[in-house]
Design a protein. Structure first.
Length: 212
C-alpha cells in the first residue's frame, strides 16, 4: 500500500462529490492486525440485535438471543450495561446511539463482503434488513456465519482513508456553518467508527478515536 496514493484517490472522490479537502490532513497510521472473521461477524450480529431495541423489542428477548448464540463475550461495556436495563429505563441518548448504529452495521456488512460498495453520499439501503437475521421471526445467525468474509487490510484501509477525509469535510461544514449536501456527518462518523474498529484489533468499540 502507498498511503500518499490512497490519500490522493480519496481526495479525488470527495472533490468529485463537490466536497472540500484538507491537504495537510495526515496519513492514517496502519495497525499491525485487522479483526478476525469471527470478531467481525459477532460485532455485526450484536449491532443488528441491538437495533431491534430501538424498534421496541423487549430488551430481555434481545439479551436472550445474544446469549443463545454465544455473543455475550463480544459485547462492549456499554452494551452489557444497556442489556441490563428495561426498555422504559433507556435514556434518549441511548436510543439515539442505537438508531445510528444502523450505519455502523452497514459499514461492517461492507467489510464482510455482503454489499459491494459503501459510497460516502448514500444512506443504508432497504435490503439491509433482508441480509440480516430477523429476530422477530426467530432467525438464527447463519446468514452472517455462512456469507461474511472479511476484506483485505488494504481494502479496508482505503475505505477508511476516504471516510476519514470525508469526516473532516463534514466537521468543517458543521463548524463553519455550511451545507455538505448528500455527505451526511452523522452517517460518515458512524461508518468511520466501524472501519476504524475493523482495521485495528486492539481498539475498544466504546472508545474509538475519531479525530479529524
Amino acid at each position: 500500500m502507498k498511503p500518499e496514493k490512497i490519500k490522493a484517490e480519496s481526495e479525488k472522490v470527495i472533490l468529485q462529490k463537490k466536497g472540500k479537502i484538507c491537504d495537510w490532513l495526515p496519513i492514517i497510521e496502519r495497525s499491525e492486525k485487522v479483526r478476525s472473521n469471527d470478531e467481525l461477524i459477532n460485532r455485526a450480529l450484536i449491532l443488528n440485535a441491538l437495533l431491534n431495541i430501538y424498534f421496541q423489542a423487549p430488551i430481555h428477548i434481545i439479551k436472550d438471543w445474544i446469549e443463545q448464540y454465544n455473543l455475550t463475550s463480544s459485547l462492549s461495556k456499554s452494551e452489557k450495561k444497556l442489556l441490563n436495563k428495561k426498555n422504559s429505563g433507556l435514556t434518549e441518548q441511548e436510543k439515539i446511539n442505537i438508531y445510528w448504529s444502523i450505519e455502523s452495521l452497514w459499514a461492517l456488512m461492507w467489510v464482510g463482503g455482503l454489499i459491494s460498495d459503501l459510497p460516502i453520499d448514500k444512506c443504508v439501503e432497504d435490503r439491509q434488513a433482508k441480509l440480516c437475521p430477523n429476530l422477530e421471526k426467530g432467525e438464527n445467525d447463519s446468514k452472517f456465519r455462512s456469507k461474511m468474509k472479511i476484506r483485505t487490510k488494504e481494502e479496508i484501509y482505503k475505505k477508511l482513508d476516504l471516510y476519514f477525509r470525508a469526516h473532516w469535510y463534514t466537521e468543517d461544514g458543521r463548524i463553519n456553518n455550511y451545507p455538505t449536501g448528500e455527505i451526511n456527518g452523522d452517517i460518515i462518523m458512524e461508518r468511520r467508527k466501524a472501519l476504524e474498529w475493523a482495521i485495528d484489533s486492539t481498539s475498544d468499540w466504546d472508545n474509538i478515536g475519531m479525530n479529524t
